[in-house]
Design a protein around this ligand. Sequence first.
Ligand code: ME8
Length: 513
Amino acid sequence: MTSTPYYITTAIAYPNGTPHIGHAYEAIAADVMARFKRLDGFDVRFMTGTDEHGQKMQTTAAKLNKTAKELADENSARFREMDEMLGVSFDRFIRTTDEDHYPASQAIWKKMEEAGDIYLDKYAGWYSIRDEAYYAEDETELRDGQRYAISTGTEVEWTEEESYFFRLSKYQDRLLELYETEGFIFPETRRNEIASFVRGGLNDLSISRTTFDWGVPVPGNDKHVMYVWVDALTNYITGLGYPDTDTELFQKFWPADLHLIGKDISRFHSIYWPAFLWSAGLELPKRVFAHGFLLVDGEKMSKSVGNVVDPADLVSSFGLDPLRFFLLREVSFGQDGSYSAEGIKNRINSDLANDLGNLAQRSLSMIAKNCGRAVPYHGDFTAEDQKMLDDAAALYEPVREDFDHQAFHKALERIWHVVADANRYFTAQEPWKLKRTDEERMKTVLYVTAEVIRQVALLVQPVMPTSMAKMLDLLGVAEDQRMFADRNKALEPGTELPKPAPVFPRYEEPKEA
Ligand code: ME8
């Protein structure tokens, strides 16, 4: 049986600085989605990387007395290290300075040109280097003699140069129809925002620059480099071997199933990208999902405020799996969320140590003491036992639904309901008393609890891969029995178990040195 392909990408980050927690958030969310699909039997391709051209890179490098390429090399390596530290299971880490990216970008350009969608003219208007974006006059405001983009608050500068244009205006109606019929961009709030922007009228888009040279050369005119967003968006198909669309890789994985990006770049992904693809005669990705922004203690991260959080510090303070869990459980995916040290400590101590950790610890240590360190043999199930088992087994379908909508927080909430029920079940059954009065019944209760933990651990694997692997080891579940398709293979009584060990210790404040 061939499995269904699933192609997921993150945005590719600008390596003009080092990665922060917002980048980590996106990488983790995409990784969780990719792992979920793999466990669900899909043939997954997952790509992430860095976006290395453009004026922002060039000016930052100049300030640091470096070449843009040197800056890109240094920081791209930091992003890759971050991904590795976070357990991000990418298949390719693409850099837009990779050799195959130039021919891909030039090929899509030529296709758009052949379609009659590119013409030479002159651009005169506002440009934000920070956003690498053009703004119409009415999208900017003047404050103290400096003009800023209203939506992002970044400085804009007047730019006048010869430029190639893309006939974006031509695609206005088709774009509106796309949002109307396919949804295309999620969540709904973003779609409404984008649709209303497009309804307001689209201008043709300036797609080349002449005042600097750090970019992909425009085919046939070396004075121009491509506007960074043209080559940046193309990364998604470079990664599949474009312009060769006949390869197995391209045939299998294009169109992408999901571009996971942040809300600040939804315009580029849901207006420009579909228009470029139509123009080049390529299919559109099935979905663009724009997640919210991660704030720190409720505030926007900024170098000047000094509240930029380095993901490596969080991993060393709290551990990787708790961080991954916290980010996806705490924030409603699609909305803005806030990181705080208090928040993560609370989640560790309540959801992880108290709820799931304690349930596993209590039941597994009783099994070790009283059942010869093997999965207990059980008697007939009571109605309560059966309900508990059924509730755990019934998690898979709705959790899969949640994941298909990128509602990670909902899936985790749903799973933790069952964990709470299992804790109540365990407490109400009092197996420690049954030990003296009815040993068979005690074993049945321990069996039911262990089986519920197995179901939970299977589904939580994408979010906390290392901890759940440990938990499944403790339950004696073989490594090749951990796909979602294995969920109906209940624990086998008599299976030998390893010595129990806590999976989620409580968070303790580090002692003063
Ligand atoms: O936008 N919270 O790169 P980038 C959550 N190169 N997400 C955040 C965030 C925060 N505080 N800050 C940034 C670019 N992000 C382009 C993308 S794709 C073809 C080109 C997200 O380094 C942001 O929304 O500014 C984006 O999805 C990603 O991090 C990279 O941002």
